[in-house]
Design a protein. Structure first.
Length: 377
């Protein structure tokens, strides 16, 4: 639809341009023929239309029909190439460049306005200054990228927090000279994006420091600059959580610069840092949970914590539930507890859309959560 609209617009521009050129050529034709076409009333205007306007309209309409598809395809191909190129540029760089160009254009108009009344060159000075200062603004903004982003407080600071005193009994010397509490909790990317950590901190169940390595922040920034909307939203939510933690629990959050160039992947780096700093890892990543456990690193899994504090349900217990949809098997229906636990009810299909009394037959505990099986009374 958009392609058709653009093609039609280009055609109208070509035809209109042709009619304007045709009309401006009438005086030249009058001089050439020695006959004032416009000054001879209706006959002159009719003759001019027959000689120029109608053939001109036909010619430029034909040109519009031929050229508009070619021009439209060229525009769309160029736009596609530009989109592909810009999608590879981090979003933060694009925003910073736009900011720099905007500042450059404002300065160009302020400075150029003072010289715009000069003879001959005056009208062109603002244009030249706009081109020069917009390019300078974009380049300068890119070089000052981190300072600009930090000024607007959109991402948390990446500077390592000062280490605690050397005589503290609970500290261990970490790599690169950092000192970390032995009760530290290393945060991985998944648990930061999850967002439930803020509520757990508010409950007071976690002790020690929350440590966010620099390579975890870098992964969050890559996600926030992703072209994929879902990944970008997750990355920004993670950066916002780290920032909120720094504000609410500034004495309990450490940002450290420890990195391991010989390792690839955030999980491997987290495990090594945890082993060297004698720290635990907080995550909800199933694979990281297994890998860290194999290497002797203690892991605190948020999903396991959530499952552990769910209400206990035993076989034979009766409860009233609201059945919301059909199950996978015949005559099955599905209900949910307030905490999100799924209940599969045998012979419950007839009660869908209403509440029913059910009896628990079994409870299945999996890594993904708890599932309850019941039958309608």
């Amino acid at each position: 639809m958009l392609k058709k609209i653009i093609s039609l617009t280009i055609s109208l521009i070509i035809i209109t341009t042709g009619l304007i050129l045709t009309d401006t050529s009438l005086p030249f034709l009058s001089n050439y023929l020695g006959y004032d076409l416009h000054g001879n009333g209706l006959m002159g205007i009719t003759f001019a239309s027959m000689i120029l306007v109608l053939p001109g309209l036909f010619i430029f309409s034909w040109l519009a029909l031929v050229l508009s598809p070619f021009i439209t395809n060229a525009l769309f191909n160029y736009a596609e190439r530009m989109t592909a190129s810009l999608s590879k540029v981090p979003t933060s760089d694009i925003l910073v460049m736009i900011f720099g160009i905007g500042i450059g254009l404002i300065l160009a108009n302020l400075i150029g306005g003072a010289f715009s009344r000069l003879p001959l060159v005056g009208p062109y000075i603002p244009i030249v200054l706009s081109l020069i200062l917009s390019v300078i603004g974009a380049k300068l903004a890119l070089r000052k990228h981190n300072d600009i982003v930090s000024f607007f407080n959109r991402i948390p600071s990446r500077k390592a927090v000062k280490a605690p005193a050397a005589d503290d009994e609970d500290v261990l010397a970490g790599p690169l000279g950092d000192r970390l509490y032995s009760s530290n909790k290393l945060l991985d990317t998944s648990v930061i994006i999850d967002g439930r950590l803020m509520d757990i901190m508010a409950s007071g169940f976690l002790d020690g420091k929350l440590v966010v390595p620099n390579f975890v922040l870098e992964e969050l920034q890559k996600l926030s600059d992703s072209a994929d909307n879902l990944k970008r939203a997750k990355g920004r939510r993670g950066l916002d959580l780290v920032h909120d933690l720094q504000i609410s629990y500034k004495d309990y959050v450490l940002i450290v610069d420890n990195d391991y160039d010989d390792l690839e992947g955030v999980d491997a780096k987290l495990v090594r840092l945890a082993k060297q700093a004698n720290a635990d890892i907080i995550t909800n990543d199933y694979n990281l949970n297994k890998v860290a456990g194999i290497q002797g690193v203690k892991v605190l899994n948020i999903n396991e914590l959530a499952n552990a504090i769910k209400p206990v349900v035993v076989s034979g217990e009766e409860m009233t539930v609201y059945l919301v949809k059909e199950g996978k098997e015949q005559n099955q229906a599905v209900a949910y507890l307030d905490d999100g636990t799924m209940i599969v009810v045998e012979n419950g299909r007839q009660y869908i859309g209403s509440s029913a009394m059910v009896v628990v037959t079994s409870v299945l505990q999996t890594a993904a959560g708890r599932m309850i099986f019941a039958k309608a009374r």
